[in-house]
Ligand binder design. Sequence first.
Ligand code: G3P
Ligand code: CA
Length: 340
Amino acid sequence: MRFALGLFCLLLTAGAAPSGAGAAELAAPGTLPRPLVIAHRGASGYVPEHTLAAYTRAIEQGADYIEVDLVSTKEGYLIARHENELSTTTDVAQRFPSRRTSKVIDGETVTGWFSEDLTLDEIGELRARERVPFRDQNQNGRYAIPTIAEILSLRASKSRELGRQIGVYIEVKHPRYFRGIGRPIEEPLISILAAWAMDRAGSPIFLQAFDAGSVMMMAQRTQVPAIYLMDKLGPETSDESLKTIATYAKGIGPAKTMIIPVDENGRALPPTDLVKRAHAAGLLVHPYTFRPEGAFLPVNYNGDALREYCDFRRLGVDGVFTDTPDLALKAFAESCPMTK
Ligand code: G3P
Ligand code: CA
């Protein structure tokens, strides 16, 4: 059934695709009434990440976008996982013990069980596990690993049910590695978006990658905005580089420490000027990843995650990737309900 749904969606023509993809035009940087709330891997602070249950929880909490990371199966189907090594977030080790192997992925040797070694039917046997040890482990074993087709289908049905356009913010994982083994992510992703008429200007989709070539290609072949992800300040964040990025990307997705750095004791430091300079280059700024637990939150917030959202809001970010969309929405509605 899963195989059939994936195939069906891959074969759909644009004209025959499910409808309801329209959405408001993106606002210019700095003019949104509040930052977009992007549910990072779904409501992954509450439900095992990248499951339909995690995306559903995020949508029901009011997230504007659900964030999806994609890797490939053996046949080239696209499934939602943060890594192609599956043992950190699934029961693959128990179900397929003999498939353990070692590979070099993006320059690092990784040992485990890999999405590209399993068929979609085999992936269908897996059940998700909570990655973070201090989060709820009681849902382990309940939820399947979704395909991009199943996620777009969920998006369409929840959008109809709730009467609002829910967005999907899709990241291509390990793009060079997957292209190198003959299982590129971008082409099947673009095909399925086209089949759902979701590759058009105004579609509630963002595409994202840490790889500039992948971002450029997706920007060229679709009409939806592409976001270039970054993990540190440096030559890539010079004014000149930001202007270059703006020639192909709609925005940047920086680690949030590139905007409010944190010292070795976990204390937040004075902000950088990255948001201001990115806006000057015409780029949206969507930092990642907001998480409320003490292991992630800078110590000077004293456990008050809402204050962190407000600090970023005051700096003018256009969106936030968060594991807890409810807290982001609460902060923007109650703690710092500013209008720009
Ligand atoms: O895509 C934004 C953010 O999710 C990037 O970090 O590692 O969680 O995919 P990661
Ligand atoms: Ca991601």
